[in-house]
Each structure stands twice: as C-alpha cells, then as structure tokens.
Design a protein around this ligand. Structure first.
Ligand code: ZN
Ligand code: ZN
Length: 260
C-alpha cells in the first residue's frame, strides 16, 4: 500500500475542516488515496444495512436531517475508520422558502411530508438515527399502506434554486369538497353520487353514524345541495314552459310584501 504524506499546511487545513464539520473539504483531501474506501452499505445501530438510495434520518445537535443516501465511504484516521454518508436532503414543508407567502397550500402538509431537494450534505455515520421509508403519496391512497412512525410520504421534489416544486402544487392530490391536500391519516368516506372521497369531518355525519360506515349510503353535502338546486330549477323550468308560473310568482310577491 502506498502511504500518504500530507504537508504541514495540508494537515492544518484538514484539522480545520474537521473542526468546522466541513466534511466536503475534509473528504476531498483523502480522495484517490488508500485512506479512503468506498462502501456498499453501512451497518446501522440496529444492525441493519443502509445502502445508497435508501433513506435515513441523521441528527446533529437538535437538528434532524432526512436524506436519501447517495454515497458511503470510510476514511482511515489515526488507525481508526470513520464512516461518512452523503445524502440528498429532504425538506419538510416548513423548511421551504416562502412557506407563508407563495405556497400557502403547504400549511395543509403534515409532519410526514418530505420534499427531496437538490441540496446534498455529508454526515458522520455516528450521527445516524434510523432508517426511514419514503413513498409517493399515491401509494397511501385508499388505505393500502398505513403510514407508521418511520414511514414518510412525498408529493413532489423541490428545487431550492428555482424555488419550484415538481410537480407543481396545483397538481397535487386533493380530495373532498374542501379540496384540501390528501392526508393518509384522515378518515374519508366515498360519496356514491359523485364518487369523490370526503373527510369524515366534512361529511356532516356524526361519529355514531360513521361507526356504521358500511351500512351508510353516503351522499356528500355538495351533491345534496346540487340535487336540491336541480329540483328547484326543474320546477322553475317546468313552470315557465308550461306558462303556469303562479306558484313562483306568488311566492315572490308574498316575499316582497313581507319585506314592506
Ligand atoms: Zn374536507
Ligand atoms: Zn358527492
């Protein structure tokens, strides 16, 4: 094995980059030397294998990072190997610039929403917390997967430079008459009339009625409303066509009189 000799200046710079936790610079000194080895996986605290493209949570101080891992290496420092993992950073909704202004819809996101960004960062393997799963939100639709503690969902990727989502927010999955973003942890009931999923909380049904959910023939409030209006306009049309609009006119007249 060829040995690597760093100059005094290099050694000082290496120590400085390590102190500042500037791993990008630190690692660059070891590239193409026999002190740096690429790894196919890292053994996690739970003795699981974490491989590139898998997702993980790292914590530095109080700050948690959720990443999609892209590269793993180990570096020999004074006879010991130190592990490093590079990952693409996931943003949570609140990490996104202009959260309150241009992207108000983000307020409907949950703590389980992750957006893969263009930012990368190296982590010391000792700051690894746990493996996580991240799946497209569509996978959670209709309860095929129930999200658990370490299972996150994603609606889009986020480009921090352009400050753009892909796909854009107006294409994200919404449900219900309230048009809120789909949330896998909320209960939904299918309207048999318009075939739309409606939040339990927007259904106008009591908890007791919802408990017998399989027995309910559910029609959402929008459909009930539209039906009512249709019936009304049918009466109007019928009356006009028929030339007999007495009922409606008299209603109007009575109404007008009352006002006076
Ligand atoms: Zn709703
Ligand atoms: Zn409906």
């Amino acid at each position: 094995m060829k040995s690597v000799k760093f100059s005094k200046e290099d050694q000082a710079a290496i120590m400085k980059s390590l102190d500042e936790q500037d791993f990008e610079t630190f690692i660059s000194y070891f590239r193409n030397t026999d002190l740096l080895v690429e790894c196919e996986y890292m053994l996690t605290r739970q003795k699981q294998k974490l491989a590139p493209t898998e997702c993980a949570q790292f914590t530095i101080g109080k700050q948690s990072y959720y990443v999609q891992t892209t590269e793993m290496i180990k570096i020999r420092i004074q006879n010991e190997w130190a592990g490093f993992v590079k990952g693409r950073i996931y943003y949570k909704a609140k990490d996104i610039d202009k959260y309150d202004r241009d992207f108000q819809k983000l307020a409907e996101c949950t703590t389980k929403d992750l957006f893969l960004t263009d930012l990368t960062r190296w982590f010391l393997s000792t700051t690894f917390v746990q493996k996580i799963k991240v799946d497209p939100i569509d996978k959670f639709v209709e309860g095929t997967i129930v999200p658990d503690e370490d299972h996150f969902y994603t609606r889009a990727e986020y480009n921090t430079e352009l400050q753009e989502f892909n796909p854009p927010i107006n294409e994200w999955l919404t449900y219900c008459i309230c048009k809120r973003l789909y949330d896998p942890n909320e209960g939904y009931i299918l309207c048999e009339f318009c075939n739309n999923w409606v939040h339990y909380t927007c259904s106008g049904k009591s908890d007791k009625e919802l408990k017998n959910i399989s027995k309910i023939k559910f029609i959402c409030l929008t459909c009930v409303d539209q039906n009512k209006r249709k019936k009304q306009s049918n009466v109007q049309e019928y009356s006009t066509q028929d030339g007999d609009s007495t009922k409606i006119r008299s209603f109007n007249t009575t109404h007008g009189k009352k006002k006076k």
